[in-house]
Write a protein that binds this ligand. Sequence first.
Ligand code: GLY
Length: 344
Amino acid sequence: MNQNLIFTNDVEAAIGRLTASRDHNLTVVIADVNTARFAPSRENLIIVADGDAGKTLEAVCHVWDEMERLGVTRHSLVINLGGGMVCDLGGFAAATFKRGVRFINVPTTLLGAVDAAVGGKTGFNYHGLKNEIGAFAPASDVVISTRFLDTLPVEEIKSGYAEVIKHAMLSDRNELLRLLEHDFDAPIDHAAMLQRLRHSVQVKVDIVTRDPNEQGERKALNLGHTVGHALESLAMQRGKPVPHGYAVAWGLVTEAVLSHLLLKFPSEDVHRLGQFVRDNYRGFPFTCDDYDELLALMRHDKKSKDGEITCTLLAAIGDYRIDQTVGTDDVTAALDILRDLLGM
Ligand code: GLY
């Protein structure tokens, strides 16, 4: 996948160079209500609602209407300035307007920087299903920084950090152990965090380069997400949504337990991860009475086939196995152990 990644905390200079160096007739910025204040200008600014709930067809139509009004052509440049939602929605709107306008992503959240902005997945939610409509369409350039992180609530940082942990679990035990030392109460060390992001994003880039359209290996990036999505969906259905990364963190622990049960993933690593998640990702809202609903959601996951539950599992840190079928009893046992590790 051909994406130019720029790691810098001088975001304005990077955007300045990207907009100056290309032959565009017009530059348009798409931002949400929170990130619009970071836009270089009030002109040619398209603002959408914030949050995943705003990732709708109506919002895509609004962006297309605004692009038309502003006179965007195939020779224009779109800058998506925001979290994962803006990158997903703005990327889709740009990739489809007049059959494709070049766009760059400037993620303003940790989750956006390590996941949504990189790898070419764009789209929106439809009929209550997350990312049901979309296309693989990579941003030409991605400006990755820690520049905006101080403006975010700690829950938002923790949410993105779960994906950073996921990338380390897929690649490098030493990096994982370093990450599990992190103290979310301490002020952000921007230089160190930018270095963490460089490492984390590279894991995704390496996988996506080998399998851009998720025919096989890219499914490794779903580690933690079969269980995580079920937890996130059930919490949402009950009107008590949890941050995506919290559900992923709980999903990572559960799938690490499943990896231990089925592939002998070391119990020491399950415990280290479990301890970190217990200390930092509080508020797990489920009991054993919820297992049937959770199992049903896992069976209906996009990634599952023939009603079986499939996950990416690990034989060891960095040794991932995609398309692993897991039984109901194993998932039930793993959820019990998760609740135990979380002290529930
Ligand atoms: N979020 C996982 C992927 O981009 O494949």
